[in-house]
Ligand binder design. Sequence first.
Ligand code: LAC
Length: 317
Amino acid sequence: TKRHTKISVVGVGNVGMAIAQTILTQDLADELALMDAKPDMLRGEMLDLQHAAAFLPRTKISASADYSVTVGSDLCIVTAGARQIPGESRLNLLQRNVALLSDIIPPLAKHSPDSILLIVSNPVDLLTYVSWKLSGFPTNRVIGSGTNLDSSRFRFLIADHLDVNAQDVQAYIVGEHGDSSVALWSSISIGGVPVLSFLEKQQIAYEKHTLENIHKEVINSAYEVINLKGYTSWAIGYSVANLARSLLRDQRKIHPVSVFAKGFYGIDCGDVFLSLPAHLGRGGVLGVTNIHLTDEEVEKLRKSAETILEVQNQLGF
Ligand code: LAC
């Protein structure tokens, strides 16, 4: 018998609603609870989603500014927080959003003590660490959306460059969901064919800087979306629904997401959360995959961990 699943989305701005809509269209939960501090907008969003019931799989949709609406959730997705202003780095959002999550996480965890926390608010790696400390949950049940989205952008750009389907491009970006993220060139494959031999077979001119430019474009294009429309929403919405499916349907799929990284890939500099290729299932993080990294990639990943810890160590958690 299919297990009853409840997802709570805390923060129903553009990101939260993109996630909520994708959860409904992909039939990922029996119950969807929406939470935000603005009761009118919250009720408006709930009614607007409920009115689509005739076109969607049946999902009980509730909404309240009170945490009781989230009770007994299997997955709590947190998108609440200020968003980047054009040109602002994600790290700059930190103080505003640490204060907000300090109010949100304890009651949310109390109402759903067995849930998986999935943090989306930025800077996501630091806020996932803060959520871990505030919730008291074991590390396997505290995850940040991390570079699952960066990796999707990476796969899109590689696929576009090589005229193939992004779903056939296996490529990871790991580390900070931010400027110090690391593109794992050495493990990119197209339909299982390592990218360098794929390029040779297709007689596509290969320049190392071409691949490095694609990584830079992943970072810059996220800033560009914010500069052009003020926020990102659709890609993060699909990215988080993709994670929710793997978690709640126990898919045991590998995703690059922000996990408790100490002890993996030589990261021993502190209790840091950053994105690594992790197996996700009903128990949350089931394990971290050991893929081969070149010495250069290991060094960049270590630097990314240090970038996060430099800021994190000033937080006082
Ligand atoms: C982005 C936000 C989710 O990368 O950080 O679009």
